[in-house]
Design a protein around this ligand. Structure first.
Ligand code: ACO
Length: 309
């Protein structure tokens, strides 16, 4: 009966076991999981754009090869995550359409422009660093396919983070102009990186439910604090200043205090009004339309093979 199924589900969660696609889940759990996985997948796919813009302008063959590999990894993460969403009954074509129609979200961070090659390094260091901070706990998320996807994705994100940091280290050893480029990129990306973790806990409608279902393992503010604590010594090692005069060690808390985040900016960017939202979605729409013939050909080929089998 429905009651037995519900008990089984609650027990699985309580025992820290994984929910698998064959298992019965409450409709709310399915919805939340599809929402989060789809947003995550969309973020990976849209996230190819800001850095992809620098592939043709990378300063050396080595940097170009690294950047190409990284952007391809992101495509892989997106496809992997769409597959995880499909195990919950979602349809990939439908999810893509919702992204293009502005009916599903993707991470705010990818709506900012990449103005110099230093941005590639800072995205690796801060944006991928924040992504790792957020996603490592998701390796223990209650939904099996998502948690397993996170393990592989986090390994690749670690490589992305390292390549970014190494690129910045190299630039910091370069000319004063190069060091200035790095500092400028850090100034522009620091606050948006903190916003990636989502609204503050008192204004995060989904956290409580998602924590109870063990989809999320920490609150937005907990992970944001962890990221700040991790980044300060890295900034020092690099020789850059984080653009926050209120950033300082608090011995009582055992954490760094930091300044007030401009939540109105996050709201604006999430609601579609960030610096690059229109451009990102338009580019995605065009790529989708330009790829229609490939999908049609693949479907026709699959149908032919089914007939002859
Ligand atoms: N950008 C865009 N939307 C956001 C962001 C953000 N930075 N932060 C929160 N939101 C959205 C939420 O998706 C939610 O939208 P919805 O309810 O309309 O669907 C709303 O704002 C309220 O936020 P929360 O209640 O805090 O939502 P949630 O519990 O889902 O927490 C979080 C948000 C932390 C982003 C969570 O969904 C998550 O951990 N997702 C997986 C990681 C991910 O998607 N990363 C993508 C970027 S990293 C990368 O790809 C390199």
């Amino acid at each position: 009966s429905e009651e037995d199924l519900e008990t089984h589900f609650e027990r699985t969660i309580a025992r820290d076991q994984r929910i698998e696609p064959r298992d019965w889940v409450p409709e709310g759990y399915r919805k939340t999981m599809v929402r989060q996985i789809a947003q995550h997948a969309h973020s990976e796919i849209i996230g190819m754009q800001p850095e992809g813009a620098w592939i043709t302008r990378a300063p050396s063959l080595r940097r170009k090869a690294i950047l190409l590999a990284k952007v391809q990894d992101e495509a892989g993460h997106g496809l992997y995550l769409y597959s995880a969403a499909e195990t919950l009954g979602a349809d990939r074509a439908d999810l893509t359409q919702k992204l293009i129609d502005g009916k599903q979200k993707y991470s705010s961070i990818f709506n900012y422009p990449t103005l110099s090659f230093a941005d590639v390094g800072v995205i690796g260091w801060l944006v991928d660093g924040a992504a790792i901070c957020n996603q490592v706990p998701l390796c223990r998320s209650s939904f099996g396919p998502y948690a397993r996807a996170m393990i592989r994705i986090c390994k690749e994100e670690s490589f992305h983070q390292r390549q970014g940091y190494e690129l910045l280290m190299t630039m910091m050893r370069g000319t004063p102009a190069q060091r200035e480029m790095v500092q400028d990129a850090v100034n522009r990306w620091w606050w948006p990186s903190l916003m990636m973790f989502g609204p503050p806990d008192h204004d995060s409608p989904n956290t409580e439910r998602s924590m109870a279902w063990k989809i999320k393992r920490h609150t937005n503010d907990e992970l944001r604090q962890r990221f700040v604590d991790m980044s300060v010594p890295q900034a020092e090692a690099l020789g850059v200043t984080l653009p926050d005069p209120d950033l300082k060690w608090n011995a009582d808390r055992g954490h760094y205090d930091f300044g007030e985040i401009d939540w109105s900016e996050l709201k604006r960017v999430i609601s579609g009004d960030g610096p690059c939202n229109a451009e990102r979605v338009e580019r995605r729409r065009k790529a989708h339309e330009d790829g229609a013939w490939v999908r049609e050909a693949a479907a026709a080929y699959a149908a032919k093979r089914r007939e002859s089998a």
